[in-house]
Design a protein around this ligand. Structure first.
Ligand code: MIG
Length: 409
């Protein structure tokens, strides 16, 4: 896509489906409002999800997790939501938790609830291809896996060999709802964080996909090895909504719709929370978004600001970056500044990658400058919550942005 000086835009097309709409608002806010009237206005977030959120990968079992929660609470940091990343699962399988390293996770969730806090767990679309694994058996019986000419696509994700639910198939949605409802009876979570839904596949083998126009188009954008299926499914596999080639970018969108339906089942007449990595036009009606794997660098702190402003134009105003950075060890100064900035993200979540130094505010110690500053700025956020909530109401009701560039004013 080339921006011309004319003014004009040139699209170099190799295929696919393109629908064009032109919105003629009188100002940027009106253009966003008109756009969101078409694609769906954002969900109204539950009030609790506007609070400060804490997450990381590899807490070190239930003891590690509990000790971070306890020290954060003890030090009186405004804090409403705790997450669990894939380490809570048994062999990284959805709808399971590790009964050894996370023994008593169900009680942990209840303990959070007793303190008025909420608990969000991660789920991935890749389902372990394992004959003695209930969700796989159930889905196979319903034939809801994305399939090619030779049967279900078998990829590799966190649990090893995996299949991929077709959320565009109503039966696939029903299967997802059933599994989520069942698992909620075992673990009382309040929201779902969904990842790897681009959809991501670790396998990247030439021999996997046939040599045809869909998998190897004449022109390929700058992605791995000139193959369009790089790190994802073969383009000639089929879904209920169409060829993967045509619906690839809707995978996360369809997963968000299915998850929203599951949450309506689990929490009738109550709002929960869905956080998604992959989005499409309209995802904001169902889910919030984080900006993905950033690193602990000043550059990524800076880039989080345009990222958040852009997602407000896209109708996904509940958005934030991983505060203090996901990859690389953070530093006290960077994390302190990031906590200050992140206190004003619509979605305020500190999230950290595996094997890295702790970066939850309490980790820096009782008398640290970081801790005192984080408490100060989070208290400002909490004082402004009614104002923030009103902005979200206006986004939901008429399509306003929540975090907006000054030019909109
Ligand atoms: O391959 O679940 O963006 O937030 O911690 C990486 C592990 C998978 C990527 C997500 C990140 C998450 C991580 N996931």
């Amino acid at each position: 896509v080339v921006l011309q000086p004319a003014p004009a835009v040139t699209y170099h097309i190799i295929g696919g489906i393109l629908d064009f709409y032109v919105f003629l608002g009188n100002n940027p806010e009106q253009v966003v409002q008109e756009y969101l009237e078409l694609i769906g206005r954002p969900f109204l977030p539950s009030y609790w999800s506007l609070g400060f959120q804490l997450s990381r990968r590899d807490y070190g079992g239930i003891e590690g997790l509990t000790s971070v929660v306890n020290r954060t609470r003890a030090i009186k940091i405004p804090y409403d939501v705790q997450y669990s990343d894939i380490d809570y699962m048994e062999e990284k399988k959805d709808f399971t938790y590790d009964k050894e390293h996370f023994k008593g996770l169900d009680q942990f969730a209840e303990e959070l609830h007793s303190k008025g806090q909420r608990y969000i767990i991660i789920l991935n679309p890749g389902i372990s291809k394992n004959m003695s694994y209930g969700p796989y058996e159930n889905g196979s019986r319903k034939r809801i896996w994305v399939s090619g000419a030779t049967g279900p696509v078998i990829g590799k994700v966190w649990p090893g060999p995996s299949v991929f639910p077709d959320y565009t198939n109503p039966e696939g949605t029903q299967w997802w709802i059933d599994e989520l409802v069942k698992f909620h009876e075992e673990l009382n979570f309040d929201g779902i964080w969904m990842d790897m839904n681009e959809v991501a596949d670790f396998l990247n083998n030439e021999s996997l996909c046939e040599h045809n126009e869909l998998n190897y188009p004449r022109f390929v954008p700058k992605i791995l090895d000139r193959k369009l299926f790089a790190q994802t499914l073969c383009m000639d596999t089929e879904q209920h909504w169409g060829l993967h080639y045509d619906v690839h970018s809707l995978y996360g969108y369809s997963m968000a719709i299915a998850t929203a339906k599951a949450m309506e089942n689990i929490f009738p007449k109550k709002r929960s929370f869905i956080l998604t990595r992959s989005t499409f036009a309209g995802s904001g009606k169902f889910a919030a978004h984080w900006l993905g794997d950033n690193e602990a660098s000043w550059n990524d702190l800076q880039w989080s600001i345009p990222g958040i402003l852009e997602f407000n134009l896209f109708g996904i105003p509940m958005v934030g970056a991983n505060i203090c950075g996901f990859a690389l060890n953070t530093s006290e100064e960077l994390c302190r500044r990031w906590m200050q900035l992140g206190a004003f993200y619509p979605l305020s979540r500190n999230h950290n990658g595996p094997g890295l130094m702790d970066q939850d505010p309490a980790a820096f110690g009782r008398n640290s400058v970081l801790l005192n500053s984080a408490i100060h700025y989070l208290n400002i956020r909490y004082n402004l919550l009614p104002y923030l909530y009103t902005l979200f109401f206006r986004a939901h009701f008429r399509g306003d942005t929540v975090a907006r560039p000054l030019v909109h004013e």
